[in-house]
Design a binder for this molecule. Structure first.
Ligand code: X8Z
Ligand code: ZN
Length: 612
């Protein structure tokens, strides 16, 4: 349960269960069940939901504060507290999920049915209703996350943190150094493998008790359609965007081959994962200088400008806030500034992976990130603020509806706003003096594609791996092999050398030890372009999509806010339709956005053998 706080979108209302209301007889007979012969009625269901929401609402704040303290001050004692709060939360939510199942056969109004479904399928890591096992599970999940967050790798006698190691991967062009750092970070995770396997066993058992075949089916049941239909949807979306990725991969591989030579990066086969400017090869814009199209440079580098203009973390966040204000959103509350953690403390361990929180489910919103002054974190600030503005917008919904229409919506909100960080917008806020001319378009699009298109297969394969683990198709002895099989199949990347026998490379990516489902990001990277296209249409924009910014457009802001206010109160296709006019997730907007670049890449790749 606890891990559901770690990313904004993960803050499902269910996760806000906490310990105060934990009943010692959890798992015992509920009132409805003990009423023996009397079949439950709609009134019983309504009374149950009212009680469940009250219990969750009343008790959530305590757990949230425990997690906040632990996430921003990791030590033995805060881990102990988080582990206890996690166990109590899980026990409560499992009890409510089991009770919810008792009303499954009733013909209920849609709103009640939705709430019951959310109670039943919304637990990220469930457990059987057995106090000892729940406690064991919570100790494991706490340990996994804190092992990741406190991990270091020693170079020249100095223990480097993930942020420090990442900086080397992002900026170095020295193949030996890149490999050392890439392999070094992956020494933090072998110790997690055994815990991970035991956690999967417990969580699958929990999913079975709630009536699911396994945890994969449970995770896929949170999208207003049967799990197998959702899985087919994901395949359909990937099929739409896969050709874009293949073109990008082909062009990038060719440039890296030129830069590093055949011995390091051959002209065919997969790309070496340590050469792509990101610890997980998930977003590649850091190597823009190596792979950007010639003669089409945008002429500015946002990281350099932010530093030259003396931006600090606070100013980065204020700039993000100002964007949302320009759309008509209320300023962030004073408490946001008093209570957020926006720089990495020097004297203690924290969970540096960025996240957004709402501690009282009303307006105690905060972000936690170890902000660095660069273009990537400028985007991330908007991403996290998107979570916070969403959380505040839906705070008048019933408790269970205080979450995203689905988790992909939650991840897409801030990124959608980020798509409006165009050169013209940067000029308006004084970050650049002149807007680059139209012949810089390919460069601007390439930079964007290196983040947004490169991410898609990674966004897909992370949960493909987890689904196969949850389904028992991948067993602990095959964890790493299966990971690299998917990395190669979808991303066309390979490790810089053979992996050690004990390697557990999935554990070196936050969301695996942090138990944050990942499909949401794949969906978000498709939907944020749908939102952008629809918003630009509303704004009457007629130019190319990548030059469109909704900055300052209150009319768009109003319709955007209406989508946010709905939270999870309606099936997501209804919410999507009101903002975009379509009821389906659809890759055609991202395809339209990148069309000029794809034409160019197809031409550049014409004589190359693409694929791997
Ligand atoms: O985890 C995140 C956010 C917090 S929800 C910073 N993202 C994914 C990642 O870092 O792997 C955003 C993009 C993908
Ligand atoms: Zn997020």
């Amino acid at each position: 349960m606890k891990t559901m706080w770690l990313c904004g979108a993960a803050i499902s209302a269910l996760a806000l269960a906490a310990c105060d209301a934990y009943a010692p007889d959890a798992g015992g007979e509920s009132e409805a069940a003990s009423a023996e012969a009397a079949a439950p009625t709609q009134e019983d269901a309504a009374a149950f939901l009212e009680r469940a929401e009250a219990e969750l609402a009343e008790t959530s704040e305590y757990a949230a504060r425990v997690y906040w303290v632990q996430n921003t001050y990791i030590n033995h004692d805060t881990n102990w507290l988080a582990s206890r709060a996690g166990a109590e939360s899980t026990e409560l939510s499992v009890r409510l999920a089991e009770e919810a199942a008792e009303y499954a056969d009733l013909d209920l109004p849609q709103e009640m049915q939705r709430k019951l479904n959310m109670l039943r399928s919304g637990i990220t890591i469930p457990a059987p209703a057995d106090t000892e096992i729940v406690e064991e599970l919570s100790e494991i999940t706490t340990r996994l996350e804190s092992t990741y967050s406190t991990g270091t790798f020693e170079i020249d006698g100095e223990g480097l943190t993930l942020n420090e190691l990442s900086n080397i991967i992002e900026n170095s062009r020295d193949r030996e150094e890149l490999r050392e750092v890439w392999e070094g970070w992956r020494t933090v995770s072998p110790v997690m493998a055994e815990d991970y396997a035991r956690m999967v066993e417990i969580a699958n058992d929990g999913a079975n008790h709630l009536g699911f075949d396994n945890l994969a089916q449970m995770w896929l049941s949170n999208y207003d359609m049967p799990a197998d239909e959702m899985e087919a949807e994901v395949e359909r979306l990937w099929g739409q965007v896969e050709p874009l990725y293949e073109q990008l991969h082909c062009a990038v591989r060719a440039e890296l081959n030129e830069e590093y030579g055949d011995a390091v990066q051959p002209a065919d086969g997969p790309i070496r994962a340590d050469l792509l400017g990101n610890m997980w090869a998930q977003q590649w814009s850091n190597i823009y200088p190596l792979v950007g199209p010639e003669d089409s440079d945008p002429g500015y580098d946002l990281t350099t400008i932010l530093n030259e203009q003396g931006y600090d973390a606070r100013r980065m966040v204020e700039t993000g806030e100002a964007f949302f204000s320009s759309l008509g959103f209320e300023p962030l509350p004073d408490t946001f500034w008093e209570r957020s953690l926006i720089t990495e403390p020097e004297d203690r361990d924290v969970v540096c992976h960025p996240s957004a929180w709402n501690l009282d489910n009303v307006d105690d919103i905060r972000i936690k990130m170890c902000t660095e002054i660069n273009a990537e974190d400028f985007q991330t600030v908007h991403h996290e603020l998107g979570h916070n503005y969403y959380q505040r917008a839906y705070n008048e919904q019933d408790f269970l509806f205080r979450t995203g229409a689905h988790d992909g919506f939650h991840e897409a909100i801030g990124d959608f706003v980020g798509l409006s960080i165009t050169p013209e917008y940067l000029r308006q806020i004084g970050l650049i003096d002149e807007v680059p001319p139209a012949d810089a378009d390919l460069g601007i699009l390439m930079n964007q594609a290196l983040d947004k298109i490169a991410f898609l297969p990674f966004g897909l394969m992370v949960d493909k791996w987890r689904w196969s683990v949850f389904r028992g198709e991948t067993t602990p002895e095959n964890y790493n092999e299966a990971w690299w099989e998917l990395r190669t199949r979808y991303q066309g990347v390979a490790p810089p050398g053979p992996r050690p026998d004990d390697a557990f490379d999935p554990g070196a990516k936050y969301h695996i030890p942090g138990n944050t489902p990942y499909l949401r990001y794949f969906l978000s990277f498709i939907m944020q372009f749908q939102f952008h296209q629809a918003a630009c249409e509303m704004a009457g924009w007629e130019g190319p999509l990548h030059r469109c910014s909704i900055y300052g457009n209150e009319e768009v802001g109003e319709r955007f806010n209406a989508m946010l206010e709905a939270g999870a109160s309606e099936p997501w296709p209804d919410v999507l339709e009101r903002f975009t006019g379509t009821r389906e997730m659809d890759g055609s907007a991202i395809i339209a956005y990148f069309e000029p670049l794809m034409d160019h890449l197809e031409e550049a790749n014409a004589d190359r053998e693409c694929g791997w």
